[in-house]
Design a protein around this ligand. Structure first.
Ligand SMILES: [Fe+2]
Length: 389
C-alpha cells in the first residue's frame, strides 16, 4: 500500500483471500455452495451452506431487478467499534436489502465502499455486514475516492481520502471483471442490461485509455438483446445540485459531462448513475444542459437524452443541496436511500428510489419503448448525413 495509516497502524494479517471462478453454469439454475479451509492436520472446517442463482443468459426476456447505490459504509447495532460514526444510514440500507433479497438479482455499490480509510480491519467489519447480500447475489463495486485517492500514486485526484490504501484493499477484497485491477473500469451484462462502469479516480477525458474503454463498452452492446444501457461512475460526471458542486458553479465534477456527453448521446445511454454526493437527485432526460423531454414520470418512446441520477445516500453522513433551483432537477431528497431498477421485458423499465428508513418508494418513473425507438435518430446521435451528401 501507499502510506499511513494503512501502512502503519490498524494493520493485521488478513489471512488468505480466495477467488473462485465458477465456469459454464447453467443460466437461472440455483447452486448451493459452502466454503472450506484445510487445517494443518488435514481436516477441514466448513462454512454454512449458501445458495445463489446463476444469471440469466444475455438478452433473456424475464423480470430482472437491479439495486444501485453509493457511499454506504458500515456500522454496528450498538455503535461499539465505529470510531467516527460517519455512516449513520448504513445499517438501515443493509437491512432493507436483506429483507427484500428475494426480489433482488444483482447489486451495484457505486464507490466509497466501507470508509476503512486505511484501518484495514474495517473491511472485515463491512464484508460481515453485507454477507447475507454478497453471498447470494452478485455484489459489484466501483472505485471511489475513499478506495483509491493518494498523492503521487497515479490517482486522478491527489488527496489522501483512501488513508494510504490506494485501491489495494478494494481490488483485493472484491472481484471485478476489469482488464487490469489497478484501473477499475469494466463492463458487465445481466440479462437485458448492459452496465458500463467508469473509474472516476482515473482520468476519463477524451484521448485517455478509459475514454476508449467507455466508448467501446457503449458501442458494443446489441440493444435488441440488451436494450437497457446504464452508465455508472462514483463522482458525478453528469448533473448534481449538491452544494459542493453548486459552489464551484459546475453542478458536476469538472470536465465530466463536457468530456462524456457526446458518448452518452451517441450511444443512447438510458440512465447515468453516480454516488459521492450523499443525497438523492434525478434529472430530466438531458443533453448539453437542456431537458429533452417535459415528461416526469412515464417516458414513452425515445428519451432524446440521458436521465442522470445521484444516489450516494446509502449510509454516509448526508450532504446538503444548494437552494438554487435548476431547470433539469426533477426530484431531490436529503435522506438515506437507494435505487431499484426493474426490467419487466425488452420494452418496459421501472425505476424506484426507496428510503432506507422504511423501504418505501419516494420517487419513481417508467420507460416504455420499442427497439425502433432506440434506433431513432436524435440530436447528435446519428452521423450527420445530409441532403447535400
Ligand atoms: Fe466519494
Amino acid at each position: 500500500m501507499c502510506g499511513a495509516p494503512a501502512r502503519t497502524v490498524g494493520w493485521r494479517d488478513p489471512g488468505y483471500i480466495h477467488t473462485s471462478f465458477l465456469k459454464e453454469l447453467w443460466p437461472n439454475t440455483v447452486f448451493a455452495y459452502k466454503l472450506g479451509h484445510r487445517l494443518f492436520n488435514c481436516t477441514y472446517v466448513w462454512s454454512k451452506e449458501y445458495q445463489f442463482k446463476a444469471p440469466p443468459y444475455p438478452g433473456q426476456d424475464s423480470v430482472q431487478r437491479v439495486v444501485i447505490f453509493g457511499d454506504m459504509g458500515k456500522g454496528e447495532v450498538d455503535g461499539s467499534s465505529e470510531y467516527n460514526d460517519f455512516q449513520p444510514g448504513s445499517l438501515n440500507t443493509t437491512k432493507q436489502l436483506v429483507q427484500d433479497l428475494k426480489n433482488i438479482d444483482i447489486v451495484f455499490h457505486n464507490g466509497d465502499i466501507c470508509y476503512a480509510n486505511g484501518y484495514l480491519s474495517q473491511w472485515d467489519q463491512f464484508t460481515a455486514q453485507i454477507e447475507p447480500i454478497a453471498s447470494s447475489v452478485p455484489y459489484m463495486i466501483s472505485s471511489g475516492n475513499h478506495e483509491r485517492d493518494w498523492p503521487g500514486t497515479g490517482s486522478f485526484y491527489g488527496n489522501m481520502d483512501s488513508g494510504g490504501e490506494c485501491g489495494v484493499l478494494a481490488q483485493t477484497m472484491f472481484y471485478t471483471p476489469t482488464e487490469n485491477r489497478e484501473k477499475f473500469w469494466y463492463s458487465t451484462d445481466y440479462g437485458m442490461f448492459r452496465f458500463c462502469i467508469a473509474d472516476t479516480e482515473h482520468d476519463w477525458r477524451e484521448g485517455t485509455e478509459q475514454y476508449k474503454f467507455i466508448e467501446h463498452c457503449l458501442a458494443s452492446v446489441d440493444r435488441q438483446k440488451q436494450p437497457w444501457l446504464i452508465f455508472l461512475a462514483h463522482r458525478v460526471l453528469g448533473y448534481s445540485s449538491d452544494l459542493s458542486y453548486a459552489i464551484e458553479g459546475s453542478f458536476e465534477e469538472p470536465m465530466g459531462r463536457e468530456s462524456l456527453q457526446k458518448l452518452w448521446q451517441k450511444y443512447k445511454v438510458d440512465i447515468a448513475m453516480y454516488g459521492h454526493v450523499h443525497n438523492y437527485e434525478r434529472t430530466c432526460p438531458i443533453y448539453q444542459n437542456v431537458c429533452t423531454s417535459k415528461e416526469k414520470h412515464h417516458y414513452k418512446g425515445t428519451l432524446n437524452g440521458t436521465i442522470h441520477v445521484a444516489a450516494g445516500g446509502a449510509g454516509a453522513s448526508l450532504s446538503p443541496f444548494t437552494t438554487l433551483q435548476t431547470a433539469w432537477s426533477l426530484y431531490k431528497d436529503y435522506d438515506h436511500g437507494f435505487v431499484k431498477l426493474t426490467a419487466f421485458d425488452h420494452s418496459n423499465l421501472l425505476f424506484e428510489y426507496k428510503k432506507s428508513r422504511d423501504g418505501k418508494v419516494y420517487d419513481s418513473f417508467t420507460i416504455s419503448r420499442d427497439y425502433r425507438d432506440i434506433l431513432a435518430c436524435t440530436v447528435d446521435s446519428c452521423p450527420s448525413t445530409t441532403l447535400a451528401s
